[in-house]
Write a protein that binds this ligand. Structure first.
Ligand SMILES: [Mg+2]
Ligand SMILES: [Zn+2]
Length: 184
């Protein structure tokens, strides 16, 4: 029954810039590296779950997504933090048809859980849009955090589309604090 910590990427880990395809624009949000470092030291796999429809739309390539992820990993490493798995969906229904990985579908979370020996039922999902939290709920995650970074304030103001029990926190650091307080 290993716990894992699933997180959305854009607007949660890094500054939301609307279709991030250039590693030069990859900037960590404040406090993120320290928060992920706490999860690392607690032995909790940190798994990034990201919709990257910019690939389907032709704004950037999968290689660009990987370059951005590599840059974020480098920025985290400089502060002693590590992501254990990077997952992304390159699809969009209007361009590439339906898929099982684009959030709110649970495909990426379930795959990540399987590959890292994590049980979604005792894990957390943190995101800034309803589809992040819905994907968590669809994967059986019950500990759901909406952050106020990225599109989070807009999501909070809209006030709908959030699964029952979803908690609202200021940022990733607060979500991590609450998750670790919940214990095993
Ligand atoms: Mg996001
Ligand atoms: Zn997909």
């Amino acid at each position: 029954m290993n716990r894992g910590f699933f997180i959305d990427r854009d607007g949660v880990l890094n500054v939301e810039v609307n279709y991030l395809g250039d590693p030069a624009d990859a900037v960590l949000l404040p406090g993120v590296a320290a928060a992920i470092g706490r999860l690392n030291r607690a032995g909790v796999p940190v798994l990034v779950i990201s919709n990257q429809a910019g690939v389907a739309k032709g704004y950037f390539t999968e290689a660009d997504v990987k370059r951005v992820n590599d840059r974020l990993a480098e920025l985290l490493a400089a502060e002693g933090a590590r992501i254990d798995g990077w997952y992304y969906c390159p699809h969009h229904p209007d361009f590439t048809g339906a898929c099982g990985c684009r959030k709110p579908a649970p495909g990426m979370l379930l795959r990540a859980a399987g590959e890292h020996g994590v049980d979604p039922a005792v894990s957390a999902m943190t995101g800034d849009r309803p589809s992040d939290l819905e994907a968590g709920a669809n994967a059986g995650v019950t500990e759901l955090y909406l952050v106020r970074t990225g599109y989070g304030r807009r999501t909070e103001a809209a006030g709908d589309g959030l699964p029952p029990g979803c908690r609202i926190v200021d940022d990733l650091a607060e979500a991590v604090t609450k998750f670790l307080e919940n214990g095993m």
